[in-house]
Design a protein. Structure first.
Length: 141
């Protein structure tokens, strides 16, 4: 005669664990998708005349139709668009379209976003004068 199965010692975990795993997978996929849409390649780093700060020169690329995601930098960002165009969305300002050959300046700590509005990859050079030891960019809270 067959014995009935023993009850699971933690019956709720059987319900909660698959949900947690699914949520973790979705969060990881979202993070990977966001991080792969924008690419920052540091070209040069060096000290500047302001103590505790450094200049970081980076090539920045944003895929067609992608958004950089709302973020800020621990220092000023000065950018020059080499190819493409984007809608630059800076907190407290009207959105504006920036195109190849144009530049922009975003003050330290200002939350902003960029949406690639062009037909191909947006390519720009960003110069960041930032606090040493801090990440170049941080997601907006």
């Amino acid at each position: 005669m067959r014995q009935p199965p023993l009850p699971h010692p933690y019956p709720k975990i059987r319900l909660v664990l698959p949900i947690l795993l699914l949520a973790a997978s979705a969060a990881t996929a979202t993070a990977l998708a966001q991080s792969s849409a924008i690419r920052r390649t540091v070209i040069q780093k060096g000290d500047v005349s302001v103590p505790g700060r450094e200049a970081v020169v980076a090539r920045v690329e944003l895929d067609k139709g992608a958004t950089a995601g709302r973020h800020s930098h621990p220092g000023d960002e000065i950018g020059y668009v080499m190819e493409g165009e984007a809608d630059l969305i800076v907190d407290g300002e009207d959105p504006r379209r920036i195109k190849a050959g144009e530049s922009y300046i975003i003050p330290a700590g200002t939350v902003h976003d960029a949406v690639n509005a062009g037909a191909g990859t947006l390519k720009l050079v960003g110069v960041f004068v930032v606090e040493k030891g801090k990440p170049l960019a941080a997601p907006a809270k």
